[in-house]
Design a protein around this ligand. Structure first.
Ligand SMILES: NC(=O)c1ccc[n+]([C@@H]2O[C@H](COP(=O)([O-])OP(=O)(O)OC[C@H]3O[C@@H](n4cnc5c(N)ncnc54)[C@H](OP(=O)(O)O)[C@@H]3O)[C@@H](O)[C@H]2O)c1
Length: 209
């Protein structure tokens, strides 16, 4: 199959890219990114500006698209800038993929995603899930991790403290609040893309612990 990955340079995205390139069921991966990626015979990684995505690139046509794009409000600098990265860019990529005939889309969303949430982060994630449902994919899966576990290059002290606390409390916590390791999330994203079951599906955090 042909897979399109948006966000392949991130924590989950880099695990996903490694898994996809090693998977015999995946013949070709296109991974548009703003930074270069290491070369691989199965990989095409065009460098793009997400504010000016190419409209007619042939790599938009795939059997499935997986999106692991996202930022933090701190890194983005404002709620508006966060929304652009976590909502507008994924939606634009989904619309282009669909327009070029891609039938399946898998989103790395988040626990609590809800367009009616009073929490800004959860609301943006929920709005993206809602808006993706209107794009017209035959198969759409929202994978909703809780806290993501893994080694980051960038320092996120608040998140690290939370991950530490969750690790200590892990055994007594309900499954849905346990840490979701990035490779486990990546595997769930890849399986959803390969299976491409018709309809809209949610993979909850307790299935990712
Ligand atoms: N952190 C958590 O515990 C947590 C929990 C639940 C859900 N999530 C969500 O899960 C998803 C994946 O998380 P992650 O931790 O793997 O993310 P990450 O490591 O921060 O990677 C994010 C990806 O988005 C890209 N990106 C960020 N800002 C961009 C911009 N302005 N323009 C273009 N690309 C941009 C990054 O590209 P560069 O490499 O070029 O920066 C990278 O490929 C995100 O949507 C996140 O919100 C996170």
């Amino acid at each position: 199959m042909k897979l399109l990955i948006v966000g392949a340079t991130g924590l989950v995205g880099s695990h996903l890219l490694r898994l996809a390139l090693a998977d015999g069921r995946v013949g070709h991966v296109a991974a548009p990114a703003r930074r270069p990626l290491a070369t691989h015979p199965k990989l095409q990684a065009p460098q793009v500006d997400f504010d000016r995505l190419p409209q007619d690139a042939p790599w938009w046509q795939a059997d499935a698209t997986i999106c692991t794009l996202g930022t933090t409000i701190k890194a983005a600098g404002s709620q508006e800038a966060f929304r652009r990265v976590d909502h507008d860019y994924p939606l634009a990529a989904a619309q282009l993929a669909r327009r070029h005939g891609t039938p399946a889309f898998v989103l790395n969303s988040a626990i609590g995603a809800d367009p009616a949430s009073r929490i800004f982060y959860n609301r943006v994630k929920g709005e993206l899930e809602r808006d993706l449902a209107a794009v017209g994919f035959a198969s759409l899966t929202h994978v909703r991790p809780g806290f993501i576990g893994g080694q980051r290059q960038e320092s996120r002290p608040g998140e690290q403290a939370m991950v530490l606390a969750l690790r200590v409390l892990g055994p007594v916590l309900p499954r849905r609040w346990r840490i979701n390791p990035a490779p486990r999330i990546a595997q769930a994203l890849l399986e959803a893309a390969i299976q491409a079951r018709p309809g809209v599906h949610v993979v909850a955090s307790d299935a990712l612990a």
